[in-house]
Design a protein around this ligand. Sequence first.
Ligand SMILES: [Zn+2]
Length: 338
Amino acid sequence: MKEIEEVRIEFEEKIKKLKPEDLKKLETYFLGRKGKVAYLFELLRNIPAKEKRETGQQINELKEYIENRILQYKQLFEEEEQQEKLLKESIDITVPGLKSEFGYLHILSMVIKEIEEIFLSMGFDIMTGPEIESDYYNFEALNIPEFHPARDLQDTFYLSQKLLLRTQTSPIQVRTMEVQKPPIRIIAIGKCYRRDASDSSHSPIFHQIEGLVVDKNVSFANLKGTLLEFTRQMFGKDTKVRFSPSYFPFVEPGAETAISCVICKGKGCRVCKQSGWLEMGGSGMVHPNVLKNVDIDPEKFQGFAFGWGIERIAMIKYSIPDIRMFLQNDLRFLEQFK
Ligand SMILES: [Zn+2]
């Protein structure tokens, strides 16, 4: 029966070009209820009885052959699909990773750490105190009585009649001397608050380092030596320190301190306003009244103290032109100090 051979040839041609999405169609076309193989079985009715058996067998063989080939292709397509899926889902370990940024310390934290390390190496302890202070610790115990101009409402953030945001780190001196008897050798670093209008060198929030030494035979020479040693380690060994008489209620004598300009080395430049000197903060010998307030006998013990601005130190060391940059959280600024 020539139709058997025709169907076989047609099948071979079609399966050669088979795409996965046409598989079902092909199966129906040849093996379906009205498909080519069913058509061959129909033709079987019309052929002579003696050929029926053999021809029927040939059709069955073709049917089996078509079924097997289609099954092969089905498995092949499934495997290909699986492979493709695996390929898509596989991880390419050669692709460069997404790097996550490491955190780093704020420039002020780095400067604070540096200052602490210098003073720790000189035998100082580090103390802390509350940012919300009482009027007593911030003013009265520091020899700043009521009606003193330093208490001006315009300079201080008062929270109530008796509570305020500390305007200086000096209350930590008092708190330390209340619980510790001489010898005392401490620094305290922390935030201070003043009702300053903000400009390139003033901020209502700033940091201060307070130093305090109380012992027998402490003199102004010790103060000078301590600040000179710190200054040399912080800004370079050629840096000089200048003391000029000044008044602060909690020291006597008191001195304003300045360091030789680290930018022009004292010759005069824009940063030091041509003076060759950069003002750093107050210092002096602890006032006898302050010692008396904490029951330390000023006849037996003397002390020195100083208070410098941390932002000021950082601005000089790293040539930062504006104090407001520290709090603006501008990454372009902060990333320079990674
Ligand atoms: Zn200068």
